[in-house]
Design a protein around this ligand. Structure first.
Ligand SMILES: NC(=O)c1ccc[n+]([C@@H]2O[C@H](COP(=O)([O-])OP(=O)(O)OC[C@H]3O[C@@H](n4cnc5c(N)ncnc54)[C@H](OP(=O)(O)O)[C@@H]3O)[C@@H](O)[C@H]2O)c1
Length: 264
Protein backbone atom coordinates (compact mmCIF):
# COMPACT_ATOMS: atom_id res chain seq x y z
CA UNK A 1 0.00 0.00 0.00
CA UNK A 2 1.32 3.47 -0.81
CA UNK A 3 2.30 5.77 2.04
CA UNK A 4 -0.19 8.61 2.36
CA UNK A 5 1.79 11.08 4.50
CA UNK A 6 5.39 10.28 3.69
CA UNK A 7 8.04 12.61 5.20
CA UNK A 8 5.38 15.04 6.42
CA UNK A 9 5.95 16.40 9.93
CA UNK A 10 3.07 15.90 12.37
CA UNK A 11 2.71 17.06 15.99
CA UNK A 12 0.30 15.05 18.17
CA UNK A 13 -0.48 16.22 21.70
CA UNK A 14 -1.20 13.49 24.25
CA UNK A 15 0.14 10.75 22.00
CA UNK A 16 1.34 8.16 24.49
CA UNK A 17 -2.00 6.49 25.23
CA UNK A 18 -5.52 6.04 23.88
CA UNK A 19 -6.74 8.00 20.87
CA UNK A 20 -3.48 9.96 20.56
CA UNK A 21 -1.48 6.73 20.49
CA UNK A 22 -3.67 5.41 17.65
CA UNK A 23 -3.12 8.65 15.74
CA UNK A 24 0.67 8.62 16.18
CA UNK A 25 0.78 4.99 15.04
CA UNK A 26 -1.35 5.60 11.93
CA UNK A 27 0.83 8.51 10.82
CA UNK A 28 4.05 6.53 11.36
CA UNK A 29 2.52 3.66 9.36
CA UNK A 30 1.93 6.15 6.57
CA UNK A 31 5.52 7.37 6.48
CA UNK A 32 5.22 10.54 8.55
CA UNK A 33 7.70 11.99 11.04
CA UNK A 34 5.70 12.43 14.23
CA UNK A 35 6.54 14.45 17.33
CA UNK A 36 4.22 13.53 20.17
CA UNK A 37 3.97 14.61 23.79
CA UNK A 38 2.57 13.58 27.16
CA UNK A 39 3.48 14.19 30.79
CA UNK A 40 4.41 10.58 31.56
CA UNK A 41 7.91 9.85 30.24
CA UNK A 42 7.91 6.03 30.55
CA UNK A 43 4.88 5.43 28.31
CA UNK A 44 6.09 8.05 25.80
CA UNK A 45 9.58 6.61 25.49
CA UNK A 46 8.25 3.03 25.24
CA UNK A 47 5.92 4.02 22.40
CA UNK A 48 8.74 5.93 20.66
CA UNK A 49 11.02 2.86 20.76
CA UNK A 50 8.29 0.47 19.62
CA UNK A 51 7.10 2.53 16.65
CA UNK A 52 10.61 3.39 15.49
CA UNK A 53 11.42 -0.30 15.13
CA UNK A 54 8.24 -0.78 13.06
CA UNK A 55 8.41 2.28 10.76
CA UNK A 56 8.22 3.07 7.90
CA UNK A 57 7.95 6.61 9.30
CA UNK A 58 9.43 7.64 12.64
CA UNK A 59 8.45 9.34 15.87
CA UNK A 60 10.00 11.39 18.65
CA UNK A 61 8.61 11.74 22.17
CA UNK A 62 8.88 15.15 23.86
CA UNK A 63 7.73 15.56 27.45
CA UNK A 64 5.24 18.43 27.65
CA UNK A 65 2.41 19.39 29.99
CA UNK A 66 -0.20 20.89 27.68
CA UNK A 67 -1.71 22.91 30.51
CA UNK A 68 1.45 25.11 30.54
CA UNK A 69 1.89 27.76 27.85
CA UNK A 70 5.71 27.81 27.93
CA UNK A 71 5.84 24.03 27.50
CA UNK A 72 3.46 24.16 24.53
CA UNK A 73 5.65 26.82 22.92
CA UNK A 74 8.69 24.63 23.49
CA UNK A 75 7.00 21.58 21.90
CA UNK A 76 6.51 23.53 18.68
CA UNK A 77 9.99 25.10 18.77
CA UNK A 78 11.68 21.73 19.36
CA UNK A 79 9.76 20.21 16.43
CA UNK A 80 10.88 22.93 14.04
CA UNK A 81 14.48 22.77 15.32
CA UNK A 82 14.54 19.02 14.73
CA UNK A 83 12.64 18.73 11.44
CA UNK A 84 12.48 22.22 9.91
CA UNK A 85 8.74 22.50 9.39
CA UNK A 86 5.25 21.32 10.47
CA UNK A 87 2.61 19.95 8.10
CA UNK A 88 -0.06 18.89 10.57
CA UNK A 89 -0.97 19.58 14.20
CA UNK A 90 -3.28 17.17 16.02
CA UNK A 91 -4.69 18.66 19.23
CA UNK A 92 -5.75 15.67 21.30
CA UNK A 93 -4.54 15.91 24.92
CA UNK A 94 -7.57 16.33 27.13
CA UNK A 95 -9.36 14.94 30.15
CA UNK A 96 -12.87 13.92 31.15
CA UNK A 97 -13.33 14.42 34.90
CA UNK A 98 -15.50 11.98 36.87
CA UNK A 99 -19.19 12.78 36.36
CA UNK A 100 -20.47 15.45 38.77
CA UNK A 101 -23.50 17.71 38.94
CA UNK A 102 -23.22 21.44 38.35
CA UNK A 103 -24.00 22.02 42.06
CA UNK A 104 -20.90 20.04 43.06
CA UNK A 105 -18.54 21.62 40.50
CA UNK A 106 -16.30 24.54 41.47
CA UNK A 107 -15.24 27.42 39.25
CA UNK A 108 -11.62 26.40 39.71
CA UNK A 109 -12.33 22.88 38.44
CA UNK A 110 -14.05 24.35 35.38
CA UNK A 111 -11.22 26.83 34.75
CA UNK A 112 -8.55 24.11 34.98
CA UNK A 113 -10.44 21.90 32.53
CA UNK A 114 -10.96 24.83 30.16
CA UNK A 115 -7.22 25.47 30.30
CA UNK A 116 -6.30 21.89 29.34
CA UNK A 117 -9.14 20.95 26.98
CA UNK A 118 -9.59 24.23 25.11
CA UNK A 119 -6.90 26.88 25.72
CA UNK A 120 -4.13 24.36 25.03
CA UNK A 121 -5.68 23.64 21.60
CA UNK A 122 -5.77 27.40 20.93
CA UNK A 123 -2.17 27.93 22.04
CA UNK A 124 -0.70 24.95 20.17
CA UNK A 125 -2.52 26.18 17.05
CA UNK A 126 -1.31 29.74 17.59
CA UNK A 127 2.34 28.66 17.93
CA UNK A 128 2.19 26.15 15.04
CA UNK A 129 0.27 28.31 12.55
CA UNK A 130 3.24 30.38 11.32
CA UNK A 131 4.83 27.06 10.22
CA UNK A 132 1.61 25.45 8.98
CA UNK A 133 1.02 28.48 6.75
CA UNK A 134 4.43 27.95 5.09
CA UNK A 135 3.42 24.38 4.20
CA UNK A 136 -0.29 24.85 3.47
CA UNK A 137 -0.78 22.39 6.31
CA UNK A 138 -3.70 21.48 8.50
CA UNK A 139 -4.96 21.26 12.08
CA UNK A 140 -7.04 18.39 13.45
CA UNK A 141 -8.81 19.01 16.77
CA UNK A 142 -10.12 16.06 18.78
CA UNK A 143 -13.45 17.14 20.21
CA UNK A 144 -16.20 14.73 21.30
CA UNK A 145 -19.68 13.73 20.19
CA UNK A 146 -20.98 15.05 23.52
CA UNK A 147 -19.91 18.55 22.44
CA UNK A 148 -22.91 18.34 20.09
CA UNK A 149 -25.40 16.10 21.90
CA UNK A 150 -24.61 16.86 25.57
CA UNK A 151 -23.92 14.44 28.43
CA UNK A 152 -25.26 14.00 31.95
CA UNK A 153 -23.29 15.46 34.86
CA UNK A 154 -20.49 16.76 32.68
CA UNK A 155 -21.31 20.41 31.91
CA UNK A 156 -17.71 21.73 31.94
CA UNK A 157 -16.40 18.86 29.77
CA UNK A 158 -19.26 19.22 27.29
CA UNK A 159 -18.68 22.98 27.17
CA UNK A 160 -14.98 22.58 26.38
CA UNK A 161 -15.75 20.07 23.62
CA UNK A 162 -18.50 22.20 22.08
CA UNK A 163 -16.13 25.15 22.08
CA UNK A 164 -13.51 23.10 20.22
CA UNK A 165 -16.02 22.52 17.40
CA UNK A 166 -16.81 26.26 17.25
CA UNK A 167 -13.13 27.24 17.40
CA UNK A 168 -12.40 24.79 14.56
CA UNK A 169 -14.89 26.62 12.35
CA UNK A 170 -13.60 30.06 13.36
CA UNK A 171 -9.99 29.11 12.61
CA UNK A 172 -11.00 27.44 9.34
CA UNK A 173 -12.39 30.81 8.28
CA UNK A 174 -9.35 32.77 9.46
CA UNK A 175 -6.77 30.41 7.95
CA UNK A 176 -8.44 29.79 4.59
CA UNK A 177 -6.51 32.72 3.11
CA UNK A 178 -3.30 30.90 4.05
CA UNK A 179 -4.50 27.57 2.60
CA UNK A 180 -4.43 25.98 6.06
CA UNK A 181 -7.34 23.58 6.66
CA UNK A 182 -8.75 23.24 10.17
CA UNK A 183 -11.00 20.27 10.93
CA UNK A 184 -12.21 18.37 13.91
CA UNK A 185 -13.03 14.78 14.86
CA UNK A 186 -15.78 14.05 17.36
CA UNK A 187 -15.37 10.52 18.70
CA UNK A 188 -18.17 8.78 20.53
CA UNK A 189 -17.14 5.98 22.89
CA UNK A 190 -13.62 4.76 22.20
CA UNK A 191 -12.04 2.21 24.56
CA UNK A 192 -8.97 3.95 26.01
CA UNK A 193 -7.25 4.17 29.41
CA UNK A 194 -9.42 7.24 30.13
CA UNK A 195 -12.65 5.31 29.43
CA UNK A 196 -11.42 2.43 31.60
CA UNK A 197 -10.58 4.81 34.47
CA UNK A 198 -14.04 6.39 34.34
CA UNK A 199 -15.72 2.96 34.23
CA UNK A 200 -13.63 1.79 37.20
CA UNK A 201 -15.13 4.59 39.29
CA UNK A 202 -18.67 3.26 38.79
CA UNK A 203 -20.38 0.60 40.92
CA UNK A 204 -20.13 -2.09 38.21
CA UNK A 205 -17.36 -1.38 35.69
CA UNK A 206 -18.24 -4.34 33.45
CA UNK A 207 -21.87 -3.24 33.20
CA UNK A 208 -20.77 0.36 32.52
CA UNK A 209 -18.56 -0.81 29.66
CA UNK A 210 -21.40 -2.94 28.23
CA UNK A 211 -23.73 0.09 28.35
CA UNK A 212 -21.00 2.12 26.65
CA UNK A 213 -20.75 -0.46 23.87
CA UNK A 214 -24.50 -0.55 23.36
CA UNK A 215 -24.69 3.23 22.99
CA UNK A 216 -23.52 2.81 19.39
CA UNK A 217 -25.67 1.43 16.55
CA UNK A 218 -22.68 -0.77 15.82
CA UNK A 219 -22.88 -2.38 19.27
CA UNK A 220 -19.24 -1.79 20.10
CA UNK A 221 -16.86 1.00 20.97
CA UNK A 222 -14.49 2.58 18.47
CA UNK A 223 -10.80 1.71 18.53
CA UNK A 224 -7.63 3.76 18.77
CA UNK A 225 -6.70 2.48 15.31
CA UNK A 226 -9.97 3.78 13.82
CA UNK A 227 -9.23 7.23 15.29
CA UNK A 228 -5.82 7.08 13.61
CA UNK A 229 -7.37 6.24 10.26
CA UNK A 230 -9.78 9.18 10.55
CA UNK A 231 -6.91 11.57 11.34
CA UNK A 232 -4.82 10.38 8.39
CA UNK A 233 -7.91 10.74 6.17
CA UNK A 234 -8.37 14.39 7.22
CA UNK A 235 -4.67 15.19 6.84
CA UNK A 236 -3.90 13.33 3.63
CA UNK A 237 -7.10 12.79 1.67
CA UNK A 238 -9.74 15.33 2.70
CA UNK A 239 -8.16 18.17 0.74
CA UNK A 240 -11.53 19.85 0.07
CA UNK A 241 -12.65 19.73 3.72
CA UNK A 242 -12.19 22.58 6.12
CA UNK A 243 -14.23 23.48 9.19
CA UNK A 244 -15.85 20.04 9.31
CA UNK A 245 -16.72 18.02 12.39
CA UNK A 246 -16.23 14.33 11.55
CA UNK A 247 -18.46 12.20 13.77
CA UNK A 248 -16.56 9.03 14.61
CA UNK A 249 -19.38 7.66 16.68
CA UNK A 250 -20.68 4.34 15.36
CA UNK A 251 -24.05 6.06 14.93
CA UNK A 252 -24.44 6.81 18.65
CA UNK A 253 -26.38 10.01 17.96
CA UNK A 254 -29.05 8.31 15.83
CA UNK A 255 -32.43 6.82 16.70
CA UNK A 256 -34.70 7.42 19.68
CA UNK A 257 -33.67 6.09 23.09
CA UNK A 258 -35.16 6.04 26.59
CA UNK A 259 -33.96 9.44 27.66
CA UNK A 260 -36.51 11.09 29.91
CA UNK A 261 -35.35 11.53 33.48
CA UNK A 262 -38.65 12.92 34.67
CA UNK A 263 -40.04 10.66 37.45
CA UNK A 264 -43.35 9.04 36.39
N1 LIG B 1 -12.11 7.86 24.86
C1 LIG B 1 -13.24 8.36 24.42
O1 LIG B 1 -14.26 7.68 24.41
C2 LIG B 1 -13.29 9.79 23.93
C3 LIG B 1 -14.46 10.20 23.32
C4 LIG B 1 -14.54 11.50 22.82
C5 LIG B 1 -13.46 12.34 22.92
N2 LIG B 1 -12.31 11.92 23.54
C6 LIG B 1 -11.19 12.88 23.60
O2 LIG B 1 -10.05 12.29 23.02
C7 LIG B 1 -8.87 12.82 23.63
C8 LIG B 1 -8.03 11.65 24.14
O3 LIG B 1 -8.81 10.87 25.04
P1 LIG B 1 -8.35 9.39 25.50
O4 LIG B 1 -9.59 8.68 25.87
O5 LIG B 1 -7.43 8.83 24.50
O6 LIG B 1 -7.54 9.77 26.85
P2 LIG B 1 -6.38 8.96 27.63
O7 LIG B 1 -6.56 7.51 27.42
O8 LIG B 1 -6.41 9.50 29.03
O9 LIG B 1 -5.04 9.47 26.93
C9 LIG B 1 -4.73 10.85 27.04
C10 LIG B 1 -3.36 11.14 26.50
O10 LIG B 1 -3.09 12.53 26.70
C11 LIG B 1 -1.99 12.71 27.59
N3 LIG B 1 -2.25 13.86 28.45
C12 LIG B 1 -3.22 14.03 29.37
N4 LIG B 1 -3.09 15.21 29.99
C13 LIG B 1 -2.01 15.82 29.43
C14 LIG B 1 -1.37 17.06 29.64
N5 LIG B 1 -1.75 17.94 30.58
N6 LIG B 1 -0.29 17.37 28.87
C15 LIG B 1 0.15 16.49 27.92
N7 LIG B 1 -0.42 15.31 27.69
C16 LIG B 1 -1.49 14.98 28.43
C17 LIG B 1 -1.87 11.38 28.34
O11 LIG B 1 -0.56 11.12 28.83
P3 LIG B 1 -0.08 11.59 30.32
O12 LIG B 1 -1.22 11.24 31.24
O13 LIG B 1 1.16 10.81 30.56
O14 LIG B 1 0.15 13.05 30.23
C18 LIG B 1 -2.24 10.40 27.23
O15 LIG B 1 -1.17 10.20 26.36
C19 LIG B 1 -9.35 13.74 24.75
O16 LIG B 1 -9.34 15.07 24.26
C20 LIG B 1 -10.79 13.28 25.00
O17 LIG B 1 -11.59 14.30 25.51
C21 LIG B 1 -12.21 10.66 24.04
Amino acid sequence: MSLRYQNKVVVVTGGSKGIGRGIVKAFVENGAIVVFCARGVAAGEAQEAELNTQGPGSCKFVRCDMSKEEEIKRLITVTVELYGHIDCLVNNAGWHPPHKSTDETTAEEFRNLLNLNLISYFLASKFALPYLRQRQGNIINISSLVGTIGQKDAAPYVATKGAIISMTKAMAVDESGHHVRVNCISPGNVMTPLWEELAAQTVDATATIRTGENAQLMGRMGTEAECGLAAVFLAADATFCTGIDLHLSGGAELNYGFKSQIPS
